[in-house]
Design a protein around this ligand. Structure first.
Ligand SMILES: Nc1ncnc2c1ncn2[C@@H]1O[C@H](COP(=O)(O)OP(=O)(O)O)[C@@H](O)[C@H]1O
Ligand SMILES: O=C(O)[C@@H](O)C(=O)COP(=O)(O)O
Length: 425
C-alpha cells in the first residue's frame, strides 16, 4: 500500500473537514483516531491522523505530531499536510508554529506555507489579514473563544510569535497570477532567508493555484481549503486515478439521532429548527452537577420515541445560559459534565439500534468518538462545506458500520440536521 498524502489534524472535526475536502477532490481517504496500531486498507490515497492537540501543552502537541509523522512516513506518504483551524485557533505560544517547525525539521523542509483560508465557509485572507465572513478575525466571535481567543487578525504577526523561522507573505496580487507566480514569489522569499509564508486566498481558484504551486513541498500547512488543489498534482504525475469514485461508503441502516454539545451560533440555529418539528431532549449541566441521572432519562425518553424519525439530544444553549452554568460550575467542569453525559448517551443510543448519527461540536465529537471506541472513519459525500458523512472502519467484521457526521460548531446550513440524511444511501 502506498498512501500519497499524509495528514495530521489538530482535532477530530477539523480532520473530517480536511478528509471531506480530499474526497471531494477525488482522493479515497480515511481518518484515523490517533496514531494507528493496526494496518489500514489498501484502497486509500490519503490518510488523516486526527489528534486532539490544538490546545494541549506545546511539548505534547509536538511529540504527538511527530509520532503521527513517523507513521505516515512508514506508510510511504509523498507529501505531509498539517491541518489546523480555518480561524487559526492557537495561543500566543502555539501550537501551530511549534508543530510546523518540528515537522519541517523532521522532514528537512526549508520552507512551507501557512494558509487557513476556506472561502466556501467565509474564511479569506487578504494582505495577510484573516477575515471571518465580513469581519476581521479579531472582531468575530473568535475574539471571545474560551481557550484560544484570537485578537490579532494579522497572520504574519501571529505566526511570527510562534516560530523562530522568518515569516513572509505571498499576497493576493501574486496569487491572482497563478501557480508559476506563486512559485517565483516563494523562491524569492527563500533566497531572502524566509522559512514560512502566509498565503492570501479569496476564492477556490486561488486555492487551486496555491495547491499547484506547492506540488513539490514536503510539508504544507493550512485549513482544509488548500487541500482542494492537491489531488490534481498527484493526477498529473499519474499516481491518482481520474475515474475512481472516492466518496462511496458502505451501506448503513438503523435508527437516526442527533447529539449536539456545540453552543456556536450556527449550531444554535440548527438545533432550534430541528426542535420545532422533531422530538428533542435537553441536557442541563446544572442538573448533571446535582447528580440527576440524565443519561438514563434521555435513553428512556429516546427508547419510547425513536423510530422512523430522528431524535435530538442537545446541551446547546445561549451564551447567557452557558455563562450561568460556567459561573456556578467552572467552564471546564460544565463542559466535562456535558461531554461525558453526551458520550454515554451516544453509547446507549447505539445499543438502542442507532446506526446513523450526527454529532455537533469539536470537543463533543471527540468525546463521542472516544467513548464509542472508534479507531477510524472512511470518508464519504459532503453534506455541507466542511462536513462529510463518514462510516466507522470495522474493527470486527461482524460489527455493522455506523454512519457518523462530525459537525464543527460553526459549519452547516440552518437545516443541516434535517437534510443530512438525504445524502446517505
Ligand atoms: N449548556 C451548556 N453549558 C455549559 N457548557 C456547555 C453547554 N452545552 C455544551 N457545553 C460545552 O461547550 C463545549 C462546546 O465545545 P464543542 O463541542 O467543541 O463545540 P464547538 O465546535 O461549537 O466549539 C463542550 O465542552 C460542551 O460540553
Ligand atoms: O478549519 C475549520 O474551521 C474546522 O475544520 C475546524 O477545525 C473547526 O474546529 P471546531 O470549531 O473546534 O469544531
Amino acid at each position: 500500500m502506498t498512501v500519497l498524502l499524509g495528514c495530521i489534524a489538530d482535532d477530530f472535526t477539523g480532520g473530517t473537514d480536511l478528509a471531506g475536502m480530499l474526497v471531494k477532490a477525488g482522493m479515497r481517504t480515511v481518518q484515523l483516531i490517533g496514531v494507528p496500531t493496526e494496518p489500514i486498507a489498501d484502497d486509500v490515497d490519503a490518510v488523516v491522523i486526527a489528534l486532539k492537540s490544538r490546545t494541549s501543552p506545546v511539548d505534547q502537541a509536538v511529540s504527538e505530531s511527530l509520532a503521527a509523522l513517523r507513521w505516515l512516513q512508514s506508510a510511504g506518504c509523498k507529501q505531509i499536510y498539517f491541518k489546523y483551524c480555518s480561524t487559526f485557533d492557537s495561543t500566543p505560544r502555539g501550537n501551530i508554529g511549534p508543530v510546523t517547525e518540528a515537522l519541517m525539521t523532521a522532514l528537512g523542509a526549508e520552507f512551507t506555507i501557512a494558509c487557513p483560508a476556506f472561502p466556501a465557509n467565509g474564511r479569506t485572507i487578504y494582505k495577510g489579514y484573516l477575515f471571518v465572513g465580513e469581519m476581521l478575525l479579531s472582531e468575530s466571535g473568535m475574539r471571545n473563544h474560551p481557550l484560544t481567543p484570537m485578537t490579532d487578525s494579522n497572520l504574519v504577526r501571529v505566526m511570527q510569535q510562534q516560530t523562530e523561522r522568518k515569516v513572509g507573505l505571498v499576497d493576493s496580487a501574486v496569487v491572482d497570477q497563478g501557480a508559476a507566480a506563486i512559485g517565483e514569489r516563494i523562491a524569492g522569499l527563500r533566497e531572502r532567508g524566509y522559512g514560512l509564508a502566509i498565503v492570501d486566498a479569496l476564492s477556490d481558484v486561488h486555492l487551486e493555484s496555491i495547491g499547484a504551486a506547492c506540488a513539490d513541498m514536503p510539508l504544507i500547512t493550512g485549513g482544509s481549503g488548500i487541500a482542494l488543489g492537491l489531488p490534481e498534482n498527484f493526477r498529473r504525475r499519474g499516481l491518482l486515478s481520474r475515474t475512481v469514485a472516492a466518496d462511496v461508503l458502505a451501506a448503513t441502516g438503523g435508527l437516526r439521532a442527533v447529539i449536539s454539545g456545540s453552543c456556536s451560533v450556527a449550531t444554535q440555529r440548527q438545533v432550534a429548527l430541528m426542535r420545532a418539528s422533531f422530538p428533542a431532549f435537553k441536557i442541563d449541566p446544572l442538573l448533571l452537577a446535582r447528580g440527576e441521572d440524565l443519561v438514563s432519562a434521555a435513553l428512556d425518553w429516546a427508547g419510547g420515541r425513536i423510530g422512523k424519525q430522528p431524535v435530538l439530544i442537545y446541551a446547546t444553549a445561549t451564551p447567557e445560559t452557558v455563562k450561568q452554568a460556567q459561573l456556578e460550575l467552572g467552564a471546564e467542569q460544565a463542559g466535562g459534565l456535558v461531554e461525558n453525559a453526551l458520550a454515554e448517551i451516544a453509547k446507549g443510543l447505539v445499543r438502542l439500534g442507532v446506526g446513523q448519527m450526527i454529532v455537533a461540536g469539536g470537543e463533543t465529537s471527540g468525546a463521542v468518538v472516544n467513548a464509542l471506541g472508534i479507531k477510524g472513519l472512511r470518508i464519504g459525500p459532503e453534506i455541507d462545506p466542511g462536513v462529510p458523512w463518514t462510516t466507522t472502519l470495522p474493527h470486527d467484521a461482524s460489527v455493522q458500520p455506523l454512519a457518523l457526521a462530525l459537525k464543527s460548531g460553526n459549519f452547516g446550513s440552518e437545516d443541516f440536521f434535517l437534510k443530512a440524511w438525504d445524502k446517505l444511501q
